[in-house]
Design a protein around this ligand. Structure first.
Ligand SMILES: O=C1O[C@H](COP(=O)(O)O)[C@@H](O)[C@H](O)[C@H]1O
Length: 238
């Protein structure tokens, strides 16, 4: 499903309301809400809205468990850290136990070892790796999470979490893999801005070519996938 919004603000309010209702339903049914956040710049305004009194009071944050879809392998204090951004814009402002937050980084092990540990953490908190909600963004090259074009991680079928050295960025990335993401009950991909219009067109209406446009790998097995896009990003999509 694709939802197109005239303005970014409308898109953000819609996602915030979805976040709240998915969280409330999960807590009512299973006593907890397990979500993976996205990084990059796309979720910043969403986080800030969720942190307002109006929104945060609608969720029982003690029952929320936070993971990430991907991370740059940098310390939590580094400005490139997706976790740092989420703490500053949301997590530092809500009543969530620190033990419910699982940043995708530690300074003790290698990224590859931590990918194995992170998979174990997911196993302990979720039911069989099924997230209630996975939020994703999309880069203007068609990547999502840290599933970048032409990387071996795109072929991964078994592991839930993979860490690898991303040569073009000279840094390690750690990411949920497509098979794990596809098990989620809800996947929401937030895309705005004209610079993403070509990639969005290719992902949704172009030839099947996930090596070039990895977001095409996102196809939930049982859950719901929604692209939440603004008019600018949808401008090349018919
Ligand atoms: O590197 C990343 O980029 C994508 C897209 O970022 P955005 O700034 O265009 O929103 C993001 O979804 C991913 O989490 C991040 O690590």
């Amino acid at each position: 499903m694709i939802e197109i919004f005239d303005k970014k603000d409308e898109l953000i309010s819609y996602v915030a309301n979805q976040f709240v209702s998915i969280a409330q339903k999960a807590i009512e049914e299973n006593g907890k809400f397990v979500v993976a956040l996205t990084g990059g710049s796309s979720p910043i305004d969403l986080h800030k809205l969720l942190a307002t009194d109006e929104y945060q009071s609608k969720i029982d944050w003690e029952k929320v468990y936070i993971f990430w879809g991907d991370e740059r392998w940098v310390p939590l204090e580094d400005d490139r850290s997706n976790a740092k951004m989420a703490f500053t814009t949301l997590l530092d402002h809500v009543n969530i136990p620190q033990g419910n937050i699982f940043p995708m980084y530690n300074d003790v092990t290698s990224p590859e070892e931590y990918a194995i540990e992170y998979q174990q953490l997911i196993k302990e908190v979720t039911s069989e790796g099924t997230f209630d909600l996975i939020l994703l963004g999309m880069g203007d090259d068609g990547h999502t999470a840290s599933l970048f074009p032409h990387q071996k991680v795109l072929d991964e079928q078994d592991k839930w979490v993979e860490a690898y050295y991303l040569e073009p960025q000279s840094m390690y990335r750690i990411t949920l893999t497509a098979p794990l993401i596809n098990q989620a009950k809800n996947i929401q991909i937030i895309v705005f801005g004209e610079n993403k219009a070509k990639a969005l067109y290719e992902v949704l209406q172009g030839e099947n070519n996930p090596t070039e446009y990895p977001t095409q790998l996102i196809k939930p097995t049982n859950g719901e996938l929604t692209f939440l896009v603004d008019k600018a990003a949808a401008s090349q999509t018919k």
